[in-house]
Design a protein around this ligand. Structure first.
Ligand SMILES: Nc1nc2c(ncn2[C@@H]2O[C@H](COP(=O)(O)OP(=O)(O)O)[C@@H](O)[C@H]2O)c(=O)[nH]1
Ligand SMILES: [Mg+2]
Ligand SMILES: [Zn+2]
Length: 317
């Protein structure tokens, strides 16, 4: 039989089979995935093949193989070994909720998040929430940010989880897909999920830039079916999208607009700092690359931690 892992609690996996029923499965044999040493061989979202338990127990099975993953997100294992823990696999998209204030979402946070998502090959939709609270100037800033990220290729949408504005469009985007919600605590993830599916009682993780390293908690993700042919993965307690162990030279490749320009730089290992004939610096001067994005890029390659947003007038906020 074939199915998708909805929940895992260590040694048992809850699998929803193609017959629509749930089976409690164990693993047979070893599942080693090339290149990653993970503490859990199978994660929520994995497509697996299993056989029913030969002792005749109902709805109990043994997983014997797993399909290739299209993506996965991981974090370092809680023990201090070099192992990683796979949080979830085969995500279709992550909705990153953004608010200008209460709480403030800084562009460096958005850009770090996007870089990680690019590295993990998880598409991100930028959701500007709480638009019911913004004045004209703030709405202009939302439009400015949305235009900036749309230009790079990201889908952006302004919503109000509270009034329901554009929530139907989020539902449309979710249909037929496995999604996750992310964003700072207080941006409205729980409110949005409630607006989408009023009777679903889940906590929803506070995904922030802070990595989980050193935090001694074991948490298990769980997948939920929604009433309109959509699934969401909830990852309680997970504060990091994954680990980013990137080389400095690699970071620019996860800024799609910088990656595209890189081929026109004189040096093929250009990191767009002060190399001569750098296409990125040229584009920046011509206003074709956003200064805000380039600032985030610099912050990421220098390891600088300062938080601010560059507003519509090019000022720090
Ligand atoms: N005005 C307004 N308030 C909102 C909106 N979405 C969420 N909130 C409020 O923001 C606060 C935090 O929301 P919550 O869903 O708990 O955020 P979470 O931490 O991301 O789950 C709550 O007081 C919500 O009522 C919105 O679209 N407009
Ligand atoms: Mg919440
Ligand atoms: Zn360059």
């Amino acid at each position: 039989m074939e199915g998708t892992v909805y929940k895992s609690t260590g040694s048992w996996y809850t699998v929803k089979a193609t017959d629509g029923l749930f089976y409690e499965c164990r693993i047979k044999g070893k599942f080693r995935i090339k290149g990653i040493k993970s503490t859990n061989p199978i994660a929520v979202g994995d497509k697996v093949h299993f056989e029913l338990d030969d002792k005749g127990e109902e709805h109990v099975g043994v997983i014997h193989s797993i399909d290739d993953r299209k993506n996965y997100i991981i974090r370092k294992s809680v023990n201090l070994s070099k192992q990683t823990h796979i949080i979830a696999a085969n995500l279709d998209q992550v909705f990153l909720l953004i608010t200008l204030n209460n709480p403030t979402t800084y562009t460096i946070f958005i850009d770090r998040f996007l870089v990680t998502a690019e590295a993990y090959e998880v598409p991100v939709v930028l959701v500007f929430n709480k638009i019911d609270t913004y004045n004209k100037e703030e709405m202009d800033e939302v439009k400015f940010l949305a235009a900036l990220y749309r230009e790079i290729g990201y889908t952006c949408i302004g919503i109000s989880a509270k009034t329901g504005k554009n929530v139907d469009r989020i539902k449309e985007m979710m249909t037929g897909k496995i999604s996750m919600f992310a964003g700072h605590s207080g941006v409205g993830k729980s409110t949005l999920i409630n607006a989408i599916e009023p009777n679903l009682d889940i906590k929803t993780a506070e995904i922030s830039e802070q990595h989980l390293q050193g935090q001694h908690t074991t948490t298990f993700a769980e997948m939920f079916d929604l009433s309109f042919e959509a699934q969401i993965i909830d990852t309680p307690g997970i504060k990091g999208f994954g680990i980013v162990d990137m080389e400095r030279e690699e970071i620019g490749d996860y800024f799609p607009e910088l990656f595209e320009l890189k081929q026109d730089c004189k040096f093929n290992n250009c990191i767009h700092l002060d190399e001569p004939k750098c296409a990125v610096k040229d584009a920046l001067e011509e206003g074709k690359v956003s200064y805000s994005r380039y600032r985030s890029y610099l912050q990421m390659i220098t390891g600088e931690e300062e938080n601010y947003r560059i507003d519509i007038h090019g000022e720090r906020k």
